[in-house]
Design a protein around this ligand. Sequence first.
Ligand code: ADP
Ligand code: NA
Length: 325
Amino acid sequence: MATIFSGIQPSGIITLGNYLGAMKQFVELQDDYNCYFCIVNQHAITVPQDPSTLRENSRRLAALYLAVGLDPSKITLFIQSEVPAHAKLGWIMMCTAYLGELERMTQFKDKAQGRGEAIPGGLLVYPPLMAADILLYNTNLVPVGDDQKQHLELTRDLAERFNKRYGEVFTIPEIRVPKVGARIMSLQDPGKKMSKSDPNPGGFISMLDDEKTIVQKVKRAQTDSDNQIHYNPEEKPAISNLLSIYSLCSGKSIDELEQQYQGVGYGQFKSDLAEAILQTMRPIQQRFNELYHSSALDDILDQGAEKANSVANQTLQKVEQAMGM
Ligand code: ADP
Ligand code: NA
């Protein structure tokens, strides 16, 4: 059975973008792959986090992973900092990477912008840590959103560079990006991806937003100037984004939706879209509420860490041996 690894940062409450771009595919893949899903809290601290909020967000993310339909008997769910091999191999991958290629990462450039001298070093070396996360599990496939493509290419480069120097230690992973939903955009700025770290909460729908908030955010979402519900990401990015969300939540194709809304105004479209989102979220939120306060969640994370540690330590040992450590 091939292996999948994917991580999500507990840097906020996960968004509908994280769900549609990443988590939804996880559920489809769990039966056919050996899956590792990681709460990457060491990535979250690349920018300062409030300690109690970070703790809470990690637990919320764990509960959400299960609430969307991942079955702990089929997958390994764990918290990154509970598996020390990540930081250890992360260091080795930092030593494998070149400064030039790290500075070229577009996410680094975006996140470093406006910080002057005070750019946390972690923002620069986050991609080699991500490479370590993936390579520790002999991962074959990494299901992610579009924004992670560049980091995945770097992961492959680092793994190949290492293998050339020290022998065939690492499996070279492939990326898997969904056909629709790979890049859900902000509701307030269709030029920006929807992100949980967006300071404007109107730009994203959190998976734990209440119904009223969701309806309001959809109502206030940007549209384009004409009144046509037509899919054209270049010329009509705002409405195209809403159509993608609608399609993924309802299971109807974009063509079908375009036909259904011919001659219908944005108002009606938005209220139907909000309902489609609510229908997706209601069962997830209900399961979340059951899981969040249960001690079963702690047991699942403990078991996950145990399994992850045993696999990751084997890889780390191979790496260190190959390097003469
Ligand atoms: P965020 O930017 O919200 O902090 P993460 O960096 O934790 O998200 O990414 C977690 C997963 O969600 C990754 O697989 C990423 O590609 C995916 N993802 C993040 N934002 C989006 C989005 N707007 N649309 C689709 N997928 C996304
Ligand atoms: Na990210």
